[in-house]
Write a protein that binds this ligand. Structure first.
Ligand SMILES: NC(=O)c1ccc[n+]([C@@H]2O[C@H](COP(=O)([O-])OP(=O)(O)OC[C@H]3O[C@@H](n4cnc5c(N)ncnc54)[C@H](OP(=O)(O)O)[C@@H]3O)[C@@H](O)[C@H]2O)c1
Length: 245
């Protein structure tokens, strides 16, 4: 497939690296500010990976060379498909929300499009580098971003809190941090298997044991409320950013 990638920052370069590693897309045209804003005539997909504030200015000069049947695939948070379609008239639009682990071919990516061929093309681009999750509504992309893109930071924050508690319980800072990071790596390797989250928990938490006691304490301390508050706050912020607030 002939792909033009607009933007080669943190996410754009991760996508290009994943394509290179997996061979999913060979020789994409990568447009940075340093090269002329021209799409090769055979471009089938324009993947837009610039910051939301920069996209109009970045896409406008490409319209003269972007084929009318090319699909615009946006990986930008908070830029609506209608706005992209209005800026690139006639071209179908797909929105994808990937994580930067696509660089290792291990990302996760939510996909939405109102246009089935555009959705299928987005799958061809991202299936080789991510676990792709189809969404029924564009509005769900904000929730998907919260539970995929933002959630690693939420896990790190919980790990930080656990390490701090380990220090309170007598561990040195260095020991607590290394042990907690190791625990996070173990959790990550479990998440890479096919086991459900419930099974992964059950494998560690035997009835009446120490882990079960800790899990019960987390629930008593409103773990579910904390998770809901984090996701709701991230979704509200995404909606505010989309409105330009
Ligand atoms: N990072 C993530 O984990 C992540 C996850 C999901 C979605 N996203 C989305 O991905 C998009 C990019 O995020 P990012 O973190 O990769 O940002 P970034 O690191 O700032 O990358 C954006 C890149 O776009 C380039 N750019 C700006 N205007 C351009 C133009 N006219 N022509 C060519 N290149 C241009 C920038 O170049 P300059 O530095 O020269 O301005 C920069 O290299 C955002 O819309 C974000 O919502 C990011």
């Amino acid at each position: 497939m002939r792909v033009t990638l607009l933007g080669h920052g943190r996410l754009g370069s991760a996508i290009a690296e994943g394509w290179r590693l997996t061979g999913a897309v060979s020789d994409p045209t990568i447009l940075t500010r340093a090269v002329p804003p021209v799409c090769p005539p055979e471009t089938q997909a324009l993947v837009v990976a610039v910051k939301p504030a920069a996209w109009r200015e970045a896409v406008a000069p490409l319209l003269a060379t972007l084929p009318v049947d090319a699909v615009v695939v946006s990986v930008m948070a908070g830029v609506l498909a209608d706005d992209l379609a209005a800026a690139a008239p006639g071209r179908p639009v797909a929105r994808v929300m990937p994580t930067t682990a696509v660089a290792q071919g291990q990302g996760v990516a939510a996909i939405w499009s109102a246009d089935e061929p555009a959705r299928a093309l987005a799958h061809r681009l991202f299936d080789p580098i991510a676990d792709t999750v189809d969404l029924d509504e564009e509005a769900m992309l904000d929730a998907a971003t919260a539970v995929a893109g933002s959630a690693p930071a939420f896990f790190y924050a919980l790990a930080q809190a656990l390490a701090a508690a380990g220090v309170e319980a007598g561990l040195t800072q260095d020991a607590a941090e290394r042990l907690t990071r190791g625990a996070l790596r173990s959790a990550g390797s479990g998440a890479g298997t096919d086991a459900s989250l419930e099974d992964l928990i059950a494998r560690i938490a035997s009835p009446g044991g120490t882990t079960r006691a800790g899990l019960d304490a987390l629930v008593d301390a409103d773990l579910n409320g904390a998770g809901a508050a984090a996701v709701q706050a991230a979704v509200s912020r995404a909606q505010a950013l989309a409105r330009g607030d």
